[in-house]
Design a protein around this ligand. Structure first.
Ligand code: GAP
Length: 513
């Protein structure tokens, strides 16, 4: 099945089973805004818990906060967002569609990459067993020609972006003969800058109201609380402050479901370090965050780092953790060495000292910051994309399942009485009442056991148990495991021990230590 079709299936699966709904759907939706349903919210909370605990339990020098979304408007002037948080936009006059100029060019670069892969696939087919891929890539004339064009385009693009050269970006679009995917024409406007922050007003009268912004990142709430936390928590450098919360960006082009949203959630951690040590910490956090991702068991080959060539206005090093989505490797998380830019800017704009006094050296300095910033929704999407599977069974049927990591699954255990009579529902409820204190359980008595299994495979429930007539005599149930479909008879008193260890976030966290 084409990857595009797989992605469409994942999107409709998310809706059909109550993971993600378009926002305001009965009013035909709202662009790039989504609601999480009854199962989505559980999965999302589990992702957040995994992140929060990995930060605040496993690192004794990291504490959390929860800052307000509304903040003093000068914060965004100081951080540079008012002046520089822009995307270059371009319109196609025929389709009236708006695009990000940089994304159009990045897509063009990706097309060159695809062409290379096609040539490699052709070579593999032609030379069969004797095919030496590395040699083919290094010597094939057609491949080298495409790579040269790609690299030239990439260099031109990086130069234009670094210099914020809007005319340069437009010229690349013209020279590369990039067409609008809707109208198919090259009738483009000039490229203009567009600020991504949403504005609103605070105050009761028009005259007295002041313009404030919906935060485009949670990080600034951490910076402006640096002194509060450092002093009240008696924190010693190096230390970190973690936060999970909503962020808002008026994205020009919102694409790929919950990948790029206008309202989304971030999990950010700012790690305050001594100046000069930031690049060591940057490496530390790159490795630590990659280990966090890989502990989920999705396969190391599905992740890669992408080091930034164009650095944000505040960074002296930056790298993305990219994950293989059905639409290619995409950024899920950013790790940024933000220097002392933010704290210095806030000190300048608020007129107060924001420093750290080092009791060991008796010196004061403005700490440097290494940030880890991951989107909850993108993480959710990567989990869904990797877990969704249509498995062909030996009997010729297909089952749709989510191979979710057990610790992230919305429901951990489904409890089925074989029939709705003979005291089996009562026994099932008794087991449920005992186990629901320890993990999320679901009770189901409708339809055949087979259909109930399928329903829970589709939502990723790792374990199901069936209570039958023998249960009343031997106090045993049949436990069935989602991925292998293996069934086993176990004692009711052993259930908690068997399941809890496998579904708990602690099991995931232990892989990190
Ligand atoms: N404080 C730094 C910062 O915000 P970023 O690279 O702009 O850095 C960090 O964003 C992460 O937030 C991204 O890696 C992505 O996972 C998530 N993110 C950013 N914009 C998003 C959007 N429009 N929709 C969903 N997630 C988004």
């Amino acid at each position: 099945m084409a990857q595009e079709d797989v992605f469409k299936k994942i999107v409709s699966h998310c809706k059909e089973y109550g993971f993600v709904f378009p926002s305001s759907e009965i009013y035909d939706g709202l662009g790039a805004v989504y609601d999480y349903g009854q199962l989505g919210v559980e999965l999302k909370n589990n992702i957040k818990q995994y992140w929060w605990q990995s930060m605040t339990l496993l690192n004794e020098n990291i504490v959390g906060i929860d800052s307000a979304i509304f903040m003093h408007p000068t914060i965004w002037k100081a951080s540079g967002h008012v002046d520089a948080f822009n995307d270059p936009l371009i319109d196609n006059r025929d389709s009236k569609k708006r695009y990000r100029a940089d994304v159009l060019i990045e897509d063009q670069i990706a097309k060159y990459d695809e062409k290379v892969e096609k040539e490699v696939a052709k070579g593999r087919k032609r030379f069969k067993e004797s095919f030496d891929e590395a040699q083919f890539r290094a010597t094939n004339g057609r491949v080298l020609e495409i790579i040269a064009k790609r690299d030239a385009l990439h260099a031109r693009f990086a130069e234009a972006m670094n210099a914020s050269d809007l005319d340069g970006l437009k010229q690349i679009i013209v020279d590369e003969e990039i067409v609008c995917p809707i109208s198919g024409t090259r009738n483009w406007t000039d490229v203009r800058q567009f600020n991504l922050m949403f504005k609103t007003e605070m105050g009761s009268t028009n005259e007295g109201a002041s313009t404030i912004y919906l935060r485009p990142e949670t990080a600034q709430g951490i910076f402006v609380n640096y002194l509060n936390v450092q002093k009240t928590g008696r924190m010693k450098i190096p230390f970190g402050i973690a936060q999970i919360g909503k962020a808002f960006r008026n994205e020009i082009v919102a694409r790929q479901f919950i990948f790029r949203m206008r309202e989304f959630e971030q999990m950010e951690m700012q790690f305050f370090v001594k100046p000069g040590t930031e690049l060591q910490w940057f490496e530390h956090w790159k490795n630590s965050r990659m280990a966090w991702h890989q502990a989920l068991g999705f396969g190391a080959e599905n992740y890669r780092f992408h080091d930034h060539e164009k650095l944000a206005h505040y960074a002296n090093a930056a790298s993305d953790v990219e994950f293989r989505m059905p639409f290619g490797f995409k950024e899920v998380e950013g790790i940024h060495s933000r220097t002392n830019f933010d704290l210095s800017q806030h000190a300048k704009f608020c007129g107060k000292k924001i420093e750290y006094f080092d009791p060991e050296t008796n010196e004061s300095y403005t700490p440097y910051v290494v940030e880890t910033s991951i989107g909850v929704d993108r993480m959710f999407l990567s989990v869904m994309c990797h877990s969704y599977e249509e498995e062909a069974l030996e009997n010729g049927e297909t089952r749709t399942l989510l191979r979710l990591p057990a610790a992230l699954a919305p429901v951990k255990l489904a409890i089925f009485p074989l029939v709705k009579k003979d005291g089996l529902p009562e026994k099932a409820r008794e087991i449920m009442h005992d186990l629901q204190f320890h993990f999320k359980c679901a009770y189901e008595e409708k339809d055949s056991i087979g259909k109930r299994y399928r329903r829970h495979d589709a939502i990723g429930t790792p374990f199901c148990i069936t209570i039958d007539h023998d249960t009343l005599k031997d106090n045993c149930v049949t436990i069935r495991e989602r991925d292998t479909m293996r069934q086993e008879r176990v004692k009711i008193e052993d259930l908690r021990g068997i399941i809890e260890e496998k579904v708990s976030i602690t099991t995931l966290l232990k892989k990190l230590k």
